[in-house]
Design a protein around this ligand. Sequence first.
Ligand code: C2E
Ligand code: MG
Ligand code: MG
Ligand code: MG
Length: 283
Amino acid sequence: QAKEHGGNTYQFFSKEMNERALDRLNFESRLLRGLENREFHLHYQPKFSVRTGQISGMEALLRWTPEDGPPVSPAKFIPILEEIGMIETVGTWVLSQACRDLHAWMASGCPAIPVAVNISGAQMKKKDFVDTVAGVLRETLIEPELLELELTESILMHNVDETVRTLKQLTRLGVSVSIDDFGTGYSSLSYLKNFPVKKLKIDSSFIRNIGKDKGDEAIAKSIVDLAKHLGMSVVAEGIETLEQLDFVRRLQCEEAQGFHLGKPAPLEQLLSICREVKDSRSG
Ligand code: C2E
Ligand code: MG
Ligand code: MG
Ligand code: MG
């Protein structure tokens, strides 16, 4: 139709729409340039055993700091990477970098703990996803038991039959899967029992209101009960206060993660904490 009106495609866009389209184009090209310039790196956030207080795992979180500006949140750039079809490439890089970093971690004498990597829906849907994971494990020589994949509830529920098939293949590889952000998707609880999943992460939105909202406390408690009955262990995400930690301890959550316990940081920072612990033990 634009052509009939003289070929000026832009004439139907309002000024505001035009600006939004330009912002978006600009963001995409910065993102692509950022990938080329290797402006992406990983941070790690520790998880702790609630019972012993010891570090029990770490989660890789992707970071983008453009050379010409402040860091951009993954909540903003991951969906765009998905839309422009780049998440598979970036996601595979995250997987292998996390495995290489785990090597460095163990080489420094830190305990062998699992590393968790977030996986997006587009990645998991790829036919060769399981092969990609197997390839990364082979190349990095990481034991499959030390790799955890975090998949959100909504991704898992998207196509249940296919999900179950993929999860079974991953389990056969020896890799474990956790359900991320649990309680925020539209889980059909009856499917949950068919998923070979070891861990469930209670979404931080329920943890946030502990001590303030009886309803959210009840939901957190029910999620833990449900997980236990299905033989899954539970991670409480987003622990920001001692009160929240005490609450999830009473619920007997196995692991906890949050700013109160440890913020996401570069691997080197975690390594130096691990070294201090070792040095203080060896006198
Ligand atoms: P997520 O996997 O649920 O990760 C938890 C997010 O909560 C992280 O945000 C983390 O920094 C933040 N967080 C942790 N503890 C606390 C706390 O106590 N309080 C508060 N307010 N926040 C806390 P981040 O790093 O911005 O990541 C956001 C989301 O982006 C992640 O949520 C994950 O879904 C996605 N993401 C991050 N890295 C990757 C990646 O490599 N691949 C994919 N596909 N997604 C990723
Ligand atoms: Mg996660
Ligand atoms: Mg989460
Ligand atoms: Mg999340």
